[in-house]
Write a protein that binds this ligand. Structure first.
Ligand code: SF4
Length: 162
C-alpha cells in the first residue's frame, strides 16, 4: 500500500438506530492497525469531527431514506463514490426504520402532523429506491461476516497489489 493511494472511505447514516455503525467501530478493535494503512477515513463522523465530502472509492450507507433532504444527500454521495454499499436491513429493505409504511389509515392519521412538521416523504424508501447500490449487506444490525468479506473484496478490487 506504501506506493498506492489509500482507499477513500465514507460512512453515512440516515434514518436508523446506527447499530451497524457501532458494529463497525467494534470490528475496528481487531482491524484498526491494518485499516489505518489501507483506508483514508475521509468522511466517518463516528471517528472524527473534521470530515471531507469530495470523493470516495467506497461509501457505506446505513439507514432508510425518510425525507427529501436525505434523498438529495444520498444522490450526492452516489455521485461522489465508485462503490456504494447499503449496510443493514434499513438501508437494504427499508425496514424496520420504515415501519410507518405498513401503518393502517387510522395510524397514518395519527402521525400525519409529524410527517408535515418534519417534511418527511409520504413513504420511507430503501436506498436502492433512490440510487444504484453496488453491494447489499443485510441484517439488523449488519451481518459482520458479510461486512468483512465485502471489505476484503473491495480492497482486492480497488488495490489489487496491496
Ligand atoms: S437495520 Fe437494524 S440495526 Fe441497522 S439501523 Fe436499522 S434498525 Fe438499526
Amino acid at each position: 500500500m506504501e506506493n498506492q493511494e489509500k482507499i477513500k472511505l465514507g460512512w453515512f447514516s440516515f434514518s436508523c438506530c446506527e447499530d451497524s455503525t457501532i458494529m463497525m467501530t467494534e470490528i475496528m478493535n481487531d482491524h484498526w492497525q491494518d485499516w489505518k494503512r489501507i483506508f483514508d477515513f475521509r468522511h466517518v463522523k463516528v471517528l472524527k469531527s473534521h470530515n471531507i465530502m469530495d470523493e470516495f472509492d467506497v461509501a457505506f450507507v446505513e439507514g432508510a431514506i425518510a425525507g427529501p433532504d436525505q434523498e438529495e444527500k444520498v444522490k450526492e454521495i452516489r455521485s461522489k463514490t465508485k462503490y456504494l454499499v447499503a449496510v443493514g436491513a434499513c438501508a437494504v429493505v427499508g425496514l424496520p426504520a420504515g415501519q410507518r409504511n405498513t401503518f393502517t389509515e387510522a395510524q397514518n392519521a395519527e402521525i400525519d402532523f409529524l410527517i408535515t412538521r418534519f417534511g418527511a416523504l409520504p413513504k420511507v424508501l430503501k436506498v436502492s429506491d433512490v440510487v444504484k447500490v453496488d453491494v447489499e449487506l443485510p441484517g439488523c444490525p449488519m451481518n459482520t461476516e458479510m461486512f468483512l468479506k465485502a471489505v476484503d473484496t473491495l480492497i482486492k478490487t480497488l488495490r489489487p497489489n496491496s
